[in-house]
Design a protein around this ligand. Structure first.
Ligand code: ADP
Ligand code: MG
Length: 464
């Protein structure tokens, strides 16, 4: 646990631990990559009056953080100390600007350096999480297509579909699958050059390359890849010059029959602020979405994680409890399990239900507040332009019955209510009706891409 905060100039002020907690919250909300690209570059110098004093290595990093993360950082600091009124990010005095822009993760893993150097090698270790492999990925209905597609790319030398575009909400395993592809390719075909980069980092490096007048090297690096993976492309929306470069790189690679894998938190057509021609080309290959987890998958994931830890026994009822109550995403689910295990180890007692409830109070409450069936019904009715009463009525016309089934399906997916409970909320229907609706929708989305899209949108609307 507890990665420490900034790498910079920690002054050893008494509230360093609050900086650590702010960093942890940041990681939780924006992910490890965003952390290492941005916040992890800051130094923390303590609180002066009501102002948090931070230092950044470059103006770009400073501006980026202020613009994109400023308000959330304020929230985090404010939660630590209510006296905090503002943030000040100064530029670090000197030496903080990297002599060369950070390296992307391109190199052949066979001999250790194709066009890379020591720093690229180090980068690669940092960039690929050893835990994110196919073996540790638990497959269920909501992610089976994405998994199969990722596996196919990792296992074959032919370019199967280009690009593979994986999309789904936060914490549902997109990055995990990308890393799994990279690990597998490195193992199976070590001569291949694999480049993995977050879109944010791609942009950061591109801008640095322009600044250091080194765009040629930048281009070479990415275009030398056999397999390019760009994570979270929604980040380059509205960033014109980065988009342009991304598009050229992307086209160049595809034309060379190099495999490209891309992830985003939404489907290509829902990516706003990205040029039409890019969107259309992104959709040329295979678009696979990862749906929110259902109860079984959550339980499966918990079981697999619990098994990986030796000497800690997690009772089945605890796993079931977590799978039922922590429905937001897998990251949070894992976090909950880790917290319980860490606590049990710390106090040297076996894990019990009581302990679990105790340790996770806040999380459970937060998840309880999540989506309700009422909200789902309202959103679905609105989405399909129906009146709520109409949707809940007994009418069987498809234009009404289908949205009703969608709403039932989402109620099953996004809440922890049982089938009979859901039935009751839908005008006192029987639980078999709900079950039928859930199956029907699961079945339809396989062939009906419009419905699939509708569900993805609604899910984002409700759970996102
Ligand atoms: P995303 O990139 O979609 O936001 P991540 O890939 O970072 O999500 O996943 C969040 C966490 O959940 C990671 O620790 C990952 O290992 C875990 N996770 C997500 N889906 C699964 C799965 N199906 N099986 C095992 N672990 C998973
Ligand atoms: Mg991710």
């Amino acid at each position: 646990m507890g990665a420490s905060g900034g790498t910079g100039t920690n002054s050893g002020s008494p509230s360093d631990s609050s900086w650590e907690r702010v960093c942890d919250k940041f990681k939780k909300e924006f992910g490890l990559q965003a952390y290492s690209t941005w916040l992890g570059q800051l130094g923390y110098n303590g609180l002066d009056g009501g102002t948090v004093e931070l230092t950044a290595p470059t103006k770009f990093v400073r501006d980026w953080i202020q613009r994109n993360y400023g308000p959330r950082l304020m929230d985090f600091f404010h939660a630590e100390d209510s006296r905090v009124k503002s943030l000040s990010i100064r530029l670090a005095a000197k030496g903080a600007v990297p002599a060369t822009p950070a390296q992307p993760v391109v190199r052949s893993s066979a001999q250790g350096r194709s066009n890379g150097d020591a720093s690229a090698a180090a980068d690669e270790k940092a960039a690929l999480d050893p835990k994110y492999t196919f073996d540790s990925f638990v497959v269920g209905k909501s992610n089976e297509l994405a998994y199969a597609a990722a596996k196919r790319i990792a296992d074959s030398d032919e370019v199967a579909f280009n690009p593979l575009f994986l999309h789904g909400g936060v914490g549902l395993g997109k990055t995990h699958l990308m890393h799994a592809i990279a690990w597998e390719v490195r193992r199976r075909a070590p001569q291949k050059k694999v480049a993995y980069v977050s879109a944010e980092k791609f942009m950061f490096e591109f801008i640095a390359a322009i600044r250091y007048k080194d765009t040629h090297a930048f281009k070479q690096k990415f275009r030398a890849a056999d397999l390019l993976m760009v994570d979270d492309v929604q980040f380059i929306a509205n960033k014109d010059s980065t988009q342009e470069e991304f598009f050229h790189t992307f086209n160049a690679l595809i034309d060379n029959r190099c495999q490209v894998v891309i992830t985003a938190d939404r489907s290509p057509t829902d990516l706003e602020g990205i040029e039409e021609r890019i969107i259309s080309r992104l959709g040329w290959g295979l678009v696979a979405d990862i749906h929110p987890t259902d109860y079984e998958l959550r339980l499966g994931i918990l079981q697999s994680k619990a098994e990986q830890v030796e000497n800690v026994d997690v009772p089945v009822e605890v796993l079931e409890f977590l799978a039922k109550r922590i429905i937001s995403n897998v990251r949070e689910l894992e976090g909950a399990l880790n917290r319980v295990m860490a606590y049990a180890t710390l106090v040297g007692r076996p894990i019990t239900m009581e302990m679990t409830r105790d340790v996770l109070q806040d999380l459970i409450r937060a998840n309880d507040r999540k989506v309700t069936i009422d909200e789902i019904q309202r959103s679905v009715a609105e989405y399909y332009n129906l009146r709520l009463a109409e949707m809940l009525s007994q009418r069987r016309a498809r234009v009404i019955a289908r949205p009703r089934q969608v709403a039932m399906f989402l109620s099953k997916q996004l809440t922890s209510r049982s089938l009979p409970e859901i039935g009751r909320k839908f005008g006192g229907r029987d639980h078999t009706t709900v079950m039928h609706a859930v199956r029907k929708v699961e079945d339809l989305v396989k062939s009906d891409s419009q419905l699939d899209e509708d569900i993805a949108r609604l899910t984002r609307l409700l759970a996102g």
